[in-house]
Design a protein around this ligand. Structure first.
Ligand SMILES: [Zn+2]
Ligand SMILES: [Zn+2]
Length: 433
């Protein structure tokens, strides 16, 4: 899993620039920002009204009303150094009992979060409380699991010395001391300053773990919704089926791409299906393949009759930077005849339109791969030079750096902007999500 990077784009793994309005969500491009906007817009503008803490005890939290389409910021009541569960129950849950769902990673983007998120909520069995409209609406009308209201707030843990009280290790980019809030600008400086050199590795017996309660930001909404979509999306899934090569060769009337409907399933189980498409993940569209089990003999023979699947190979391009020799190539496994017809779904449970997927695959084949070709050759040349070096030759580092740079150049072309421009040029009509 990738460590948390504060300036990472909210949608894809690139570094980004802060949203000019709220300054809290980061985007690598206009295209990614546009993609995130339906979610982000629900909190972005109101953020400015929630900068001034009413008193040092409060924390900013995200509230999901049961009967409105939008979440909103609220101030979380604290009691001493911890959230006051009694006050939360009275204020937000009309005195009803609630349960925590703990979110500590983004299962979709495979990244650590800047802090842990607790989503306090009712669940599926509290039918009488009514479906949570805001979560249902934010999930693209796919998640009806949550009943009644819900509230999300954040914490991070660190390790401090029992004797001196000095923080040994601080996780997240939270305020160093929750009791000092008057100078909100210095928060950033402290976070930037908490570098490796501040870490003291002392005697274990003198240290203790402590918990800090942090403010929720607009950017936390993306993590909460990605988690909900993966774990609790429970409507039918709309995926796509990509036919094997042999079927297409034998019959011109068979469509290569078609829609696929999967009945209500546990999406938590689906996300282990893999493998994921790295090129799609870099694009910010988490695609995963549903492959037949290798032990499944009857299916395997069906797969050989369907032939290889050259389209799946495009989605499975090797973009792992440590494999420099085969970087940008289709892995051997996906050239095999045993692949056949393959189903593709989105891990977040959002629908795939087969026409969109068709355009995406065509773009990889006709635009991305040819653009890789030259750079790939240069990469191989650098690799040869590196191999020819003796062990202590300083040039080895130089060649390594060159390879990294060339790979980065290839990865930089996988953007929504380039895809949309290509589609426009080729006359592809895209059905947007
Ligand atoms: Zn991005
Ligand atoms: Zn914003």
């Amino acid at each position: 899993m990738q460590p948390h990077d504060k300036k990472r784009c909210a949608v894809c793994p690139r570094p980004g620039k802060a949203c000019s309005r709220c300054g809290r969500s980061y985007y690598c491009s206009k295209e990614c920002q546009k993609f995130d906007w339906p979610l982000h817009r629900t909190l972005c503008a109101s953020f400015e009204n929630f900068q001034q803490r009413p008193d040092s005890q409060k924390r900013r939290a995200i509230y999901f009303p049961v009967d409105s389409d939008k979440p909103k910021f609220v101030w979380l009541p604290m009691s001493g150094h911890h959230p006051s569960l009694g006050a939360i129950r009275e204020t937000f849950f009309s005195g009803e009992q609630f349960w925590p769902v703990s979110i500590d990673e983004n299962p979709l983007q495979r990244t650590e979060l800047r802090h842990d998120i607790l989503l306090q909520c009712h669940m599926h069995f509290r039918e009488s409380l009514g479906m949570n409209q805001s979560i249902y609406s934010l999930s693209g009308k796919t998640c009806s699991y949550f009943k009644g209201p819900a509230i999300a707030y954040c914490s991070s843990s660190g390790i401090r010395s029992k004797s001196t009280g000095r923080v040994v290790r601080d996780y997240g980019d939270s305020e160093a001391d929750p009791s000092e809030f008057d100078d909100s600008d210095s928060e950033e400086d402290k976070a930037e300053g908490s570098d490796e050199e501040d870490i003291e590795y002392g005697d274990d017996s003198d240290t203790e773990e402590f918990l800090e309660w942090n403010d929720a930001d607009p950017t936390d909404l993306r993590a909460i919704m990605d988690y909900i979509l993966v774990i609790h999306g429970n409507e039918r899934l709309l995926g796509a089926l990509i036919q094997g090569d042999a079927i297409i060769d034998n019959s011109t009337s068979t469509k290569r791409f078609s829609g696929l409907e999967i009945p209500p399933t546990n999406h938590g189980a689906l996300c282990t299906l893999g493998p994921d498409s790295t090129v799609a993940r870099l694009f910010g569209m988490p695609l995963t393949l549903m492959l037949r089990s290798e032990k499944d003999k009857p299916h395997e023979s069906a797969a050989s009759a369907e032939g290889a699947n050259s389209i799946i190979g495009l989605l499975m391009l090797n973009l792992e930077t440590k494999h420099s020799e085969s970087f940008g190539e289709i892995p051997e496994r996906f050239r095999a005849k045993t692949i056949g017809t393959v189903a593709v779904i989105r891990q977040d449970g959002l629908p795939i339109f087969s026409s969109y997927l068709e355009a995406f695959c065509a773009w990889i084949k006709d635009d991305l791969r040819p653009s890789f070709a030259d750079t790939h050759q240069q990469c191989l040349a650098e690799l040869e030079l590196k191999k020819a070096c003796t062990k202590d030759d300083k040039k080895v580092i130089e060649h390594k750096e060159n390879i990294k740079e060339l790979q980065g150049k290839m990865l930089d072309t996988i953007t929504r902007a380039r895809f949309y421009a290509w589609c426009k040029d080729k006359g592809f009509e895209l059905k947007h999500l």
